[in-house]
Design a protein around this ligand. Structure first.
Ligand code: DAH
Length: 341
């Protein structure tokens, strides 16, 4: 019996009470009415009377050790009580802290914004749910222009009769908002999401990103536009890029051009990405159409300006060698995790 008591004494001393559950287990094993200590007290009557006082003393000591241990544990666990009076289990592993990362589209947009900010462009934004009037009419689109076609545009039922709304198909309506809200001179870029009802594939998606530019001042010329785009392209695509301006048409600019840069993957020699042409199209641009200025109350006899609009996503895909545009919108963590700093 004496040996049992001594080994139990050691066991109790060694017992680690770190949580409420441990404490409960300790009580159940040793100190409850049907626990091990009570059982030993029960056996005391069969101990040799000569031994009884000593064994009794040892047993009392055992009981005391257990009680002290419980008191100590209760005090310790009570100290870790939170505001609601609930006990906190200090042994639980800490809550995992998830560090976010910048989305690759935001990384590239960030770079673009920085380049244009350094050239004196402010940043303007507009709503993605836009007035039909701003997305098309004010930008000098004729009423029967094919871009208005249901196939391209997501029209949205408007609550106000006579005020048609849609998901903007380009960032150009932000130009209108900027011109309506400000007096020239003005120089802004407008980054944002745009929507088109296109067949979805690895190369095109119903949402994508554009970055629009607008500069209105006195005596702004096409040469200013070229110099700005050239400076931007060198910083964005590399010092050696060459530019090519191809005459084009947009309702809101005249004259208009589309801009190609030498393919920055093959250096212009020709590869799969540039379809062996050596060139990649990066944007549309032109001189702001006098009608657009007039629509916004700006006198085209006094002021002139240029505008440009570029897609962002293709640059992202090429930069990070991503072969499917849908990956930019699905937010699959396995993809996004590859962009943690
Ligand atoms: N808004 C045009 C598009 O989505 C791009 C564009 C072309 C914007 C020429 C411009 C511009 O500002 O001048 O295709």
């Amino acid at each position: 019996m004496e040996n049992t008591i001594r080994s139990l004494q050691q066991e109790i001393l060694d017992f680690e009470i770190a949580t409420e559950a441990d404490l409960e287990a300790f009580r159940l094993r040793y100190t409850v009415r049907k626990g091990l200590i009570a059982a030993l007290f029960g056996q005391l009557k069969s101990v040799d009377p000569a031994e009884k006082p000593r064994v009794g003393q040892l047993l009392n000591l055992l009981k005391q050790t257990a009680d002290t241990k419980i008191d100590e544990a209760e005090g310790r666990l009570a100290a870790t009580v939170n505001g609601n009076g609930k006990r906190i289990d200090m042994t639980l592993p800490g809550r995992r802290y998830f560090t976010g990362s910048e989305h690759p589209v935001q990384k590239v947009l960030g770079e673009m914004k920085q380049i244009f900010s350094a050239m004196g462009f402010g940043i303007a934004t507009g709503p993605e749910l836009e007035l039909d009037e701003y997305n098309f009419d004010m930008l000098n689109f004729p009423p029967d222009h094919p871009a208005r076609d249901m196939q391209d545009t997501f029209f949205v039922k408007s609550g106000n009769p006579g005020q048609d709304v849609l998901l903007r198909t380009h960032t150009s309506p932000v130009q209108i908002r900027v011109m309506l809200d400000n007096k020239p001179p003005m120089r802004v870029i407008c980054p944002g999401k745009v929507y088109r009802n296109e067949a979805i594939s690895s190369r095109s998606y119903c949402v994508f990103h554009q970055l629009e530019g607008l500069y209105i001042d006195k005596n702004v010329s096409f040469a200013d536009l070229k110099a700005t785009i050239y400076s931007f392209s060198k910083q964005m695509f590399g010092n050696d890029v060459k530019l090519r301006f191809r005459p084009s048409f947009f309702p809101f600019t005249e004259p208009s051009a589309e801009v190609d840069v030498t393919c920055y993957l093959c250096g212009g020699k020709g590869c799969k990405v540039c379809k062996h042409s050596g060139w990649l199209e990066i944007m549309g641009c032109g001189m702001v159409h006098p009608n657009v200025m007039r629509n916004c109350g700006i006198d085209p006899e006094t002021w002139s300006g240029y505008a440009f609009g570029m897609g962002v996503d293709r640059t992202v895909l090429l930069r990070y060698k991503i072969d499917d545009i849908r990956l930019l919108f699905e937010n699959d963590l396995r993809m996004l995790k590859q962009f943690t700093a």
